[in-house]
Design a protein. Structure first.
Length: 192
């Protein structure tokens, strides 16, 4: 289902289902990140749902907490992000020990290189008019890869989708994969 117009980066609350037919090759990215064949194939055949809860803490820090559900019946990961660009360590069942940070970033502040161009292009008019994206950067402490993402909305075949532009680099920074992951809106998240 198309993302309703009231859903913006300021309100991602709800359930979003990964659209595998419209997204890039997640198997290649997971392989570069050292995820085993069985888990990659399971994820490739499953329905991946992100259940967002976006809110502000009493101190004004904006948070985006995501519970990932993988159907049928597999435990997904949890993403707990504070949009303050401070590092946070996390042990993940799929990716191992990682550290990450997230923030709001102006589209014009992205670097003027191949990565920055990929991260800034393709957004819908509403995202461009707002001028801000959410950026999430993660480093694997176990395997050395990095993943840099920008979040926004795109029109895909005329339908508005929540989208992540993802750049993953191996430890040497010589192998680089770029992909877009598109999500369909599925309604309120459980408990919302």
């Amino acid at each position: 289902m198309a993302a309703p117009p009231e859903k913006t980066l300021r309100d991602l609350n709800g359930s979003w289902i990964m659209n595998t037919s419209e997204s890039g090759d997640t198997d290649a990215v997971l392989s570069l990140q050292g995820v085993g064949w069985f888990i990659r194939k399971t994820i490739g055949l499953a329905t991946v749902t992100l259940n967002f809860r976006q809110y502000k803490e009493e101190d004004g820090t904006e948070r985006v907490d995501i519970d990932q559900a993988i159907s049928p019946g597999f435990q997904g990961t949890q993403e707990q992000r504070a949009l303050n660009w401070e590092w946070r360590d996390h042990k993940d069942i799929v990716f191992g020990q990682v550290k990450g940070r997230s923030r709001w970033i102006k589209i014009t502040d992205l670097p003027d290189d191949d990565d920055g161009n990929f991260m800034r292009q393709g957004w819908d008019e509403g995202t461009l008019d707002g001028g801000d994206l959410i950026q999430s950067y993660v480093e694997s402490l176990d395997k050395g890869w990095t993943a840099d993402q920008t979040w926004g909305f795109e029109l895909v075949n005329g339908v508005r989708k929540y989208t992540r532009h993802v750049i993953v680099k191996d430890k040497s920074k010589k192998k680089i994969l770029r992909l877009k992951i598109h999500y369909d809106y599925a309604g309120p998240a459980p408990g919302q």
